[in-house]
Design a protein around this ligand. Structure first.
Ligand SMILES: [Zn+2]
Ligand SMILES: [Zn+2]
Length: 258
C-alpha cells in the first residue's frame, strides 16, 4: 500500500472568509512519489504551496470542482507552476463543462493557460480516469446553486479517498459516496444553520452516520463556523463523532492510507 499525502493550502471558503482571509483559500494538494494534484486552487494556492516547501513543478494534475473564485482563483498560477511558466506542455486540467466549455458561464481561465496543459479532461457524472500506480479517480456530479459542480472518489488497493465540494444535500449523495474511507467535505456552516447550496455540520454528521468513513476532514470553513468553532467541536463530541471529524489547520498535512 502506498501512502497519499494530503496538505491543506487553505481550510477557508465562501466569499467573506476568502475576501477577509480569515483562513487561507488555496484548496488542497494530494501527492505520493509519482502523483501530485492540486484540488480547488483558490486564491493563495501558489503562495502557500511554495511557503509549505512543496515542489509545484511536480504537479501532474489540477482539479477544479466548479467555476467559483474560491475554488479556481489560482488555477492559472498553478498551471504555470506545473508547466514551468507555460514553457513545457504538461499535466491534466480536470473539471466540468461549466468551467471548461468554450463558452463558459462563469469560468475565467485564459486560452493561453489552457493550451499549456497536455490534456483537458471535461468530466461528467460517472466518468473515470486512471493515474499511475493504479490510482483511479471517479467523478461525481453534485448540486450547487446554478453551476455544474463535480466531486470525486480516488481509489487504490481497496481504499477510497473522496472529495465533496460545495453542494446541497440531495437524494442519492450518500449512495454516490458509499465506500469512502476518507472524505474531505466542504462545510462552511455550523450545525445550526441550513443554507441551500452548501453543507453544514449537521449534514456532515448525517453523511458520517451513513457512509461510515474512517476519517472526515472539514474544509471550506466560513466565518460563522470559525466564530463558533468551539461550540461546533462540543457538538461533535455530543454526537460521538469528534474523533472521526477532523477540523484541520491551514497548511496541515495528513497521511492517507490508500
Ligand atoms: Zn465555495
Ligand atoms: Zn461554490
Amino acid at each position: 500500500m502506498i501512502e497519499l499525502e494530503l496538505t491543506f493550502l487553505g481550510t477557508g471558503g465562501c466569499r467573506i472568509c476568502m475576501l477577509k482571509q480569515r483562513r487561507q483559500t488555496g484548496g488542497f494538494i494530494l501527492r505520493d512519489k509519482s502523483f501530485m494534484m492540486s484540488v480547488d486552487p483558490g486564491p493563495g494556492a501558489l503562495v502557500y504551496g511554495i511557503k509549505k516547501g512543496l515542489d509545484l513543478s511536480k504537479l501532474n494534475a489540477i482539479f477544479v470542482s466548479h467555476p467559483h473564485l474560491d475554488h479556481e482563483g489560482d488555477a492559472e498560477a498553478m498551471i504555470e507552476a506545473m508547466t514551468g511558466g507555460c514553457m513545457v506542455k504538461k499535466g491534466l486540467l480536470i473539471s466540468n463543462k461549466d468551467y471548461l466549455s468554450r463558452e463558459p458561464k462563469f469560468g475565467s481561465i485564459s486560452d493561453y493557460h489552457r493550451k499549456a496543459v497536455e490534456r483537458e479532461l471535461i468530466v461528467n457524472d460517472g466518468d473515470s480516469h486512471v493515474f499511475e500506480e493504479n490510482l483511479k479517480i471517479e467523478f461525481i456530479e453534485l448540486q450547487h446553486k446554478n453551476v455544474e459542480t463535480t466531486g470525486f472518489k480516488l481509489s487504490r488497493g481497496g481504499k477510497t479517498f473522496s472529495y465533496i465540494p460545495d453542494t446541497s444535500m440531495f437524494e442519492g449523495i450518500k449512495e454516490k459516496y458509499s465506500g469512502s474511507d476518507y472524505i474531505v467535505i466542504s462545510c462552511p456552516r455550523t450545525h445550526r444553520i441550513e443554507w441551500k447550496g452548501h453543507l453544514g455540520l449537521k449534514d456532515v454528521a448525517e453523511l458520517v452516520g451513513t457512509i461510515e468513513p474512517e476519517k472526515v476532514y472539514l474544509n471550506h470553513l466560513g466565518v460563522t463556523f470559525l466564530d463558533n468553532i468551539e461550540e461546533e467541536k462540543d457538538w461533535l463530541k455530543e454526537k460521538g463523532i469528534f474523533d472521526r471529524v477532523i477540523i484541520p489547520d491551514d497548511n496541515q498535512t495528513f497521511h492517507i492510507n490508500i
